[in-house]
Design a binder for this molecule. Structure first.
Ligand code: GLC
Length: 472
């Protein structure tokens, strides 16, 4: 990351210090992360560490045609996956953007809309709207649920800006099944998984041996295969107390790391973002790592500098007012895609940045402004990648995976990992610093999970059918 030559040195020094994440911070934070993983497996009300009732990973030989649906932070997808064994699959899907009205409106309306989309998909893509045979459907639902069985999950919090509080505490599978039944569709929702569990299942289907699935996207989270004996908080006699395989997949909900301990190096901007969020004090790690939040952090920094007369100044001594800053002064009006394209701007004049600010906010930028803005994006995304590496390292160390002879395969999906310029290099660089380059190179593979949520949902439904002794 090159330090901007035209920008004000004192501004750059302040930002560099605020977002610094020195190598010396890694070890302490990785140890604290491991401690919080253990605490979550032992006690309630810590890092959620949710047992998922998924007791085994696929072999790659599963075969069948299965529906799945993927409700993430930004889009809804309905998918039809044909698993054909040997790690092969074909998927057809349709995607809809979830409007702000649906996100912030009642949960029941969101689910009724989802059932409408399933019907549309069956009709247009499968020509099977009132099929005789019953379709199993795997539901990939990327929000924290307390799982009571593979097909029962009580939503305990919305994240990523969703607000449908009317269904908090309810079983989301039942809410969806009721909406499907009201439309008389011959579909049974037989598995509920988190997107990270989907990522893990989809990666393992293609790369047997993978035990960790991660999302670095709008939100961030991780699922992994844990020994049943480590999950101390499962009470004897509980439905999932005894696992048929002595293992169980855990949905960590690691976005909650640092909530109670305050272990994360939060600065004034992190704290401002947290205070103004819909859930202050929650998801502190996610708020420093994932796409939704790092773009909002970037906006907060740019807005702050503009208000102090350090950016977009046309007349000396006259900082821009909020009215003049327009959308830039409004929460979440600066998205991750824009941040990525700013960071990816390699032109001499930083034309993309100039264009973005002119067309989206009607703001003229000087060379110094453009360099400063790019630098802010770089600082925030590099810190996000380093913190991401802390989570991965903690999981690898907790499971002592480097003590085993085989390679550690980590399946990863999400827009930050797949699309954000330099994110993967920073992540890899940080892992090199935590372990060492030779170990990382020879022992750790970060693999892009191909459609983790869609295929993973289908595999979960397959495994649930098998667990329940039903044909696929
Ligand atoms: C949020 C959700 C979590 C999900 C993650 C990635 O952290 O709480 O369930 O897995 O986003 O989509």
């Amino acid at each position: 990351m090159s330090v901007p030559s035209h920008a004000k040195p004192e501004v750059i020094a302040h930002l560099t210090q605020a977002f610094a994440f020195p190598i010396s911070a890694y070890d302490g934070l990785v140890d604290q992360f491991i401690k919080e993983l253990h605490e979550g497996l032992t006690h309630e009300n810590r890092m959620p560490m949710i047992p998922t009732f998924v007791y085994e990973l696929p072999t790659g030989e599963e075969a069948g045609v299965i529906l799945s649906l993927d409700l993430g932070g930004t889009n809804l997808r309905v998918c039809r996956t044909t698993l054909s064994g040997k790690g092969n699959f074909e998927i057809i899907h349709k995607k809809w953007t979830i409007s702000d009205t649906l996100k912030k409106g009642p949960g029941k309306e969101l689910f009724a809309w989802i059932a409408d989309r399933i019907e549309e998909f069956l009709d247009v893509q499968c020509h099977a709207i009132h099929s005789e045979s019953n379709y199993p459907l795997g539901m990939t639902f990327s929000f924290p649920c307390e799982q009571l069985d593979i097909n029962v999950g009580k939503l305990f919090a919305w994240t990523k800006g969703f607000r449908g509080n009317d269904i908090l505490g309810q079983d989301v599978v039942k809410v969806l099944q009721d909406c499907i039944d009201a439309k008389k569709l011959n579909i049974t929702v037989n598995a509920l998984i988190n997107d990270t569990v989907g990522t893990l299942l989809a990666t393992t289907y293609k790369h047997p041996g993978c035990e960790i699935g991660i999302i670095f996207g709008t939100g961030t989270n991780c699922a992994y295969l844990e020994s049943q004996s480590e999950i101390v908080k499962i009470k004897s006699g509980a439905a999932n107390y005894t696992s048929p395989t002595n293992h169980q997949v855990i949905n960590t909900e690691w976005g909650a790391f640092g909530n109670a301990s305050g272990a994360l190096p939060a600065n004034e901007y992190d704290n401002r973002l947290d205070t103004r969020s819909s859930q202050p004090g929650k998801q502190r790690y996610e708020k420093m790592v994932s796409g939704l939040y790092i773009s909002e952090l970037t906006r907060l920094v740019i807005h702050d500098l503009a208000a102090k007369g350090e950016l977009f100044v046309e007349e000396p001594g006259k900082p821009k007012t909020d009215e003049q800053l327009g959308d830039l002064a409004i929460k979440e009006r600066f998205d991750g895609a824009m941040m990525g394209s700013i960071e990816g701007d390699e032109s001499t004049n930083l034309d993309t940045i100039e264009h973005h600010f002119l067309t989206n906010y009607n703001l003229k930028t000087s060379t110094s402004d453009r360099e400063t803005i790019k630098y802010i994006c770089q600082l925030i995304s590099a810190r996000s990648a380093r913190l991401s590496a802390v989570g991965i390292a903690a999981l690898i160390k907790k499971r002592k995976l480097l003590n085993e002879p085989r390679k550690v395969i980590v399946g990863i999906d999400g827009s930050l990992f797949n699309k954000y310029p330099h994110f993967v290099q920073h992540l890899q660089g940080a892992l090199n610093e935590i372990f060492n380059p030779a170990t990382v190179q020879s022992r750790i593979s970060l693999i892009h999970a191909e459609d983790g949520s869609g295929v993973g949902g289908a595999i979960a439904a397959y495994l649930a059918c098998k667990q329940q002794g039903q044909p696929v």
